[in-house]
Ligand binder design. Sequence first.
Ligand SMILES: [Zn+2]
Length: 452
Amino acid sequence: MSYTKIDQYLEKNLDGSIAELSELVAQPSVGAQNWGMQECAQLTARLLAKRGFTVEVLPTGGAPVVFAERKGRNADKTLLFYNHYDVQPAEPLELWETPPFEPSLRNGKLFGRGVSDDKSHITARLYAIDALLDSDGELPCNVKFLIEGEEETGSIHLPKFITANKGKLAADACIWEFGGVDHREVPMQYLGLRGICYVELSIETAAIDVHSGVGGSIFENAAWRLVWALNTLKDQNEKILIPGWYDGIEPPTARDRELFDLQPDAAEEYKTRYGVKKFLKGVTGGTDLFMQETFEPTCTICGLTSGYQGPGSKTVLPARASAKVDFRLAPGQKIERCLTLLRQHLDSGGFEEIQIEFLGGGPAAKTNPDDPFIKLVVETAEEVFESRMELIPMVGGSGPNYPFVHELNMPVATAGLGYPDTRAHAPNENIRLDLYVKHARHMARVLKEFGK
Ligand SMILES: [Zn+2]
């Protein structure tokens, strides 16, 4: 099939789409600060309505979900786009070359908070839809958008929303919010996301901090109690010591290993980028490094707080201590069960007084690399990116793909316009306009071939 007309449309109308993206970026939507969420949801809804979508802004208990659908020529096929309109806080502001919510175009790049993660992915997909409507007058298949406003704060309400709206969200396949090219400009297909269970552990041993000369020998110390408890979670060989923790884990398949075998060794790049000399458990690189990075359960202390940390000394017995801990989960591990096991483990170790607050998370999920939809996304990328899309079976990070894969029962493919210097979550977040057009060209092809 020739895509000349569609590609010409996308080359010619870029300014209009970038103007739309700039408007969306200029509307702050910082979930963590509850800043501009309703306004951004409404603006997103207007962009969809402009294309003839039926749009609803639906409450979730937190930031609303924008849901939109439009029928296409092939009424039997439905594609669902998952995106989010919320963004990370822009701080530290002094490190931005131009203000984060005043989108700025320079050297073929657009800068601004949320421009990459995830607002360009919304407008580039709408741009592809514009091109299809211009060339054919209708969409090749039914299209739905689920655009949430809590992705950057853990998608707390999304799983429940999906369970409650299965019929509305029903589709044959899903295009995920992100994707992009690696440092070689090769488009990447990330098939799975590791799970996460994020908790805050806290303890209070006294009503107030105490003079350590008074309390040190007769009162419990909150900091020590917490450190002793943390020490029981994991040994020095990285083994998590909570009984039952590894039960039910679905091991990676031979195909997962085979896909990692095809990837260039990342060991030297990691060492240079992060300034480390070696990896945990004596792993040196290659597939073993990828497997450990993505398929292993972890227990990470993300932060510790207690007592006095200012200059000089303060002889104080802290009354309180807390730690933020994230457990990354392998496929098969369930959140509820992990929380129960953690509670039982602390109790049986004599740490009943330690409080566990669940701060969010979700289980791991992955899509079959040999699913026909993955093949379609990979094949349509080749002509656009002039390079074969490569398959990564799992990444170490997390996201709310579990209910899409296991409740809506659809393959989830990643595709996008990210690149290594896109600086998502960091100052000077940006996108490359050439990749913006490529992503729109890719999405137009995906929709068209999917509708056949
Ligand atoms: Zn993000």
